[in-house]
Design a protein around this ligand. Structure first.
Ligand code: BES
Ligand code: MN
Ligand code: ZN
Length: 493
């Protein structure tokens, strides 16, 4: 799908759909007033006779209102008293959702009179909404596919809108990259093929290193390697670097992702029902890859490191057993009570390696870590755990600004006893009470006192159904926007 900006009054063909915005109380935007006049008052007549109130999510769709004009006109409700960036983004996405499969080939969204920032954000919303993963659908009927292949954004200052859109386009592209990684099935996306896709990002200016099992063995990563030991696919540790700060040697900020390309549970095998969902157990690594992609894409003035722990968790004659004791790179030993609590074992070594090698300002890990975070928070919030109030506050502010929900949960020292082991320094499960919390307490033992935050995104990495038009059903790309905002607001010189 192609996006272009033009000045108002683009030639409208029969093949075009036009979307215009309404504020609360069905008040028409300037572009809607102009469109209404061009349609002989069809929009205001429909508003007057129907139940349209301008509420967010409401759409008044007029098919073929006049001959010679656009084939469809949609009035998009925003529920807002004025059009800010977030409102325009949602409206752009809603316009795509409403008209993309209507039969028209061009979608014109008019933001005339609403400023260039609104125009850029409407384009961003439409880009996010247009995501679909159809690579393997070879027999899909044409009428089931989107008909729109071009989105035209009408704005008063085309050059300014294009400039405002550039970093948003980088963000949309990076989100698509992350969503694709999450959507790919595990026979296609396994540790080595994941690493290869990330390696292709050298084209946008990132440095990428890939460590295999032999190198990880030398580093003493017994915790991560134990998880991948039952898989035919070789485990990989990917190190992505972006050096965009004025001083290329200043300490970086660091992001660490859980990348379990498939989680069967291992010998502690999961039930069959719903196991296919575990192809997206690499959502944390997907988000970190997307973040690094956007930092490079918009040439962020920051030094950043992304570390991906990529493994496949399989049952096998060589798989790790419940009761096995592994030695992590930190030297701490872990009794593996349940092989399905594998994400923390992967992150233990990835986090330790990260702080040991890079001495970063902070580390943030993202992981589809626990089913219990879904029970605790539902699907609109990821869990935030942190040893640092400033970092937490900044993450929560970024969450608020970008509409990616985060909710902070505690790290009570008293719960540490749930992961005490009789045989080793700790065990990898702490029982059902506070399951997401004991998982986070486990991770905290591998950050060596550095400022750190853990985002448990098991609740938000995948949504079906999704009520938000910027997030089509399936892979959300959760975390890319949030962390991009965190970096932009606080860590760029
Ligand atoms: N990948 C799962 C967590 C998960 C569950 C993500 C459901 C998305 C949806 C993780 O590796 C896991 O299996 N966690 C266990 C931990 C338990 C064995 C302590 C869980 O949450 O049940
Ligand atoms: Mn698991
Ligand atoms: Zn898992």
């Amino acid at each position: 799908m192609q996006i272009v900006f033009t000045t108002p009054g683009a030639p409208e063909t029969l093949n075009a759909g036009l979307a215009v915005l309404a504020l609360e109380k069905a008040q028409l935007s300037a572009a809607a007033v102009a469109a209404d006049a061009g349609l002989g008052g069809a929009i205001s007549r429909a508003v007057g006779l129907g139940r349209f109130t301008g509420a967010k999510g409401q759409v008044l769709d007029l098919p073929f209102p006049v001959s010679g004009g656009p084939a469809r006109v949609a009035l998009i409700g925003t529920g807002a008293s004025e059009i800010c960036a977030a409102v325009a983004e949602h409206a752009g996405a809603q316009a795509w959702k409403s008209l993309s499969a209507s039969g028209v080939e061009t979608l014109i969204i008019s933001l005339a009179g609403l400023g260039t920032d609104a125009a850029a954000h409407a384009a961003f919303g439409a880009s996010l909404a247009a995501y679909r993963f159809d690579r393997y659908r070879t027999r899909e009927k044409p009428e089931a596919k989107p008909s729109v292949d071009k989105v035209v954004i009408e704005t008063d200052d085309v050059a300014a809108a294009e400039i405002a859109f550039a970093p948003l386009k980088a963000l949309a592209d990076a989100t698509t990259f992350a969503r694709d990684l999450v959507s790919e099935p595990a026979n296609i996306l396994y540790p080595a093929s994941f690493a290869a896709r990330v390696q292709a990002l050298t084209a946008v200016g990132l440095t990428v290193e890939v460590l295999g099992e032999a190198e990880m063995e030398k580093l003493g990563m017994g915790s991560l390697l134990g998880v991948g030991q039952g898989s035919r696919r070789e485990s990989q540790l990917v190190v992505i670097q972006w050096r965009g700060a004025v001083d290329p040697d200043s300490p970086p900020i660091a992001f660490v992702g859980k990348g379990v390309t498939f989680d069967t549970g291992g010998i502690s095998l999961k039930p069959a029902d719903g196991m296919e969902d575990m192809k997206w157990d690499m959502g944390g690594a997907g988000a970190v890859s997307g973040l690094m992609h956007v930092l490079a894409g918009r040439k962020a003035r920051v030094n950043a490191v992304g570390i991906l722990g990529l493994v496949e968790n399989m049952p096998d004659g060589n798989a790790q057993r419940p009761g096995d004791i592994v030695t992590s790179m930190s030297g701490q030993t872990i009794e593996v009570i349940n092989t399905d609590a594998e994400g923390r074992l992967v992150l233990a070594d990835a986090l330790w390696y990260c702080q040991d090698r890079f001495k970063p300002q902070f580390m943030i890990d993202l992981a589809t870590l626990t089913g219990s975070i879904i029970i605790a928070l539902g699907n609109d919030y990821a869990g935030l755990f942190s040893n640092n109030d400033e970092l937490s506050g900044r993450l929560l502010a970024a969450s608020e600004a970008e509409g990616e929900g985060l909710w902070r949960l505690p790290l009570p020292a008293a719960y540490e006893k749930q992961i005490e082991s009789m045989a080793a320094d700790m065990k990898n499960v702490g029982g059902r009470p506070g399951g997401s919390i004991t998982a986070a307490l486990f991770l905290q033992r591998f950050v060596n006192g550095l400022p750190w935050a853990h985002l448990d995104i098991a609740s938000t990495a995948w949504k079906k159904p999704s009520a938000n038009p910027t997030i089509p059903d399936g892979a959300t790309g959760f975390g890319v926007r949030l962390l991009n905002r965190l970096v932009a607001d606080h860590y760029e010189a």
